[in-house]
Ligand binder design. Structure first.
Ligand code: OOG
Ligand code: MG
Length: 260
């Protein structure tokens, strides 16, 4: 793995984000950008955000549902990092002018009660470490043109992360059947998609276990208090200023994101 590639790719992706422009796949410019190198780029990119004052608040999974995998043409899940700068409070509009080509997807979000470290984490042990379960919407914004990327490209790009909103209403995981928890996604009040929690790796706890085990391979863990975005249940929708996107769950409640 070359330090020069890590530096060049991290610098280019951060420049695209700051300058609000997309561009071509970086795997086509850097033959050495394989999956391991891409995770090093992701770590470097986050280190630069932290140096600029951001704080890590959790992790996200990407491409955990078939709907997302089919749309993106990539069938393996990935992990990324979320920071405080990405958090949008409930009721605050999404400022699309700050982003390139944002899309919104519904997610089931965990707040961790205990540290979770792989290897060997199962869905059951993962769920035992969860403090509360929340409804969420993630705003993704790829730094690649047309959201077109190979797996190392999107890993390096911190899984297209941009913004997220999480309902403050938390539910005890013990009282829920998250495989059967249903989500209705609406744009401007019209139903555009539906799914249940089973869309995410069979059960969102399975996705959480996957994240803990994958992070362990890179010497990392999910810390108590962190948020975990378990991955879009449905395909993501494009948004237009003046509208709104909402997700309504069976028991987790609703989240509405006004689009500015
Ligand atoms: C990659 C990010 C995927 C999810 O929930 O699957 C993601 C993308 O779709 O651009 O956040
Ligand atoms: Mg997502």
């Amino acid at each position: 793995m070359s330090d020069a590639i890590v530096d060049a790719v991290a610098t280019e992706l951060l420049a695209r984000e700051t300058e609000r422009r997309d561009g071509g796949r970086l795997t086509e410019q850097h033959a050495g950008l394989d999956l391991d190198t891409a995770y090093v780029v992701q770590r470097e990119l986050i280190a630069r955000k932290l140096a600029a004052g951001e704080r890590v608040v959790g992790v996200k999974l990407g491409l955990t549902s078939r709907a997302k995998q089919q749309r993106m043409g990539i069938d393996s899940p990935l992990t990324a990092v979320i920071t405080d700068a990405m958090a949008v409070d409930v009721g605050t509009p999404l400022e699309t002018s700050e982003l390139i080509h944002p899309r919104v997807e519904p997610e089931i979000v965990f707040v961790m009660g205990q540290r979770l470290a792989g290897p060997g984490v199962t869905a059951a042990s993962a769920m035992a470490a969860v403090h509360s379960v929340h409804a969420g919407l993630e705003v993704i914004d790829s730094r690649y043109a047309d959201f077109s990327f190979a797996l190392p490209d999107v890993v390096a790009d911190n899984a297209s992360s941009a913004r997220f909103v999480v309902s403050p209403d938390g539910f005890d995981p013990a009282g829920l059947d998250l495989a059967l928890e249903a989500a209705v996604l609406r744009v401007d009040g019209e139903v555009v998609d539906t799914a249940t929690g089973a869309a995410v790796q069979g059960h969102p706890a399975q996705a959480l276990a996957l994240a803990a085990n994958a992070l362990a391979e890179r010497g990392e863990a999910i810390e108590a208090g962190m948020l975990v975005l378990t991955g879009g249940l449905t395909d993501a929708v494009f948004v237009t200023p003046g509208g709104e996107v909402s997700v309504e769950f069976t028991t987790l409640g609703s989240v509405t994101l006004p689009i500015a």
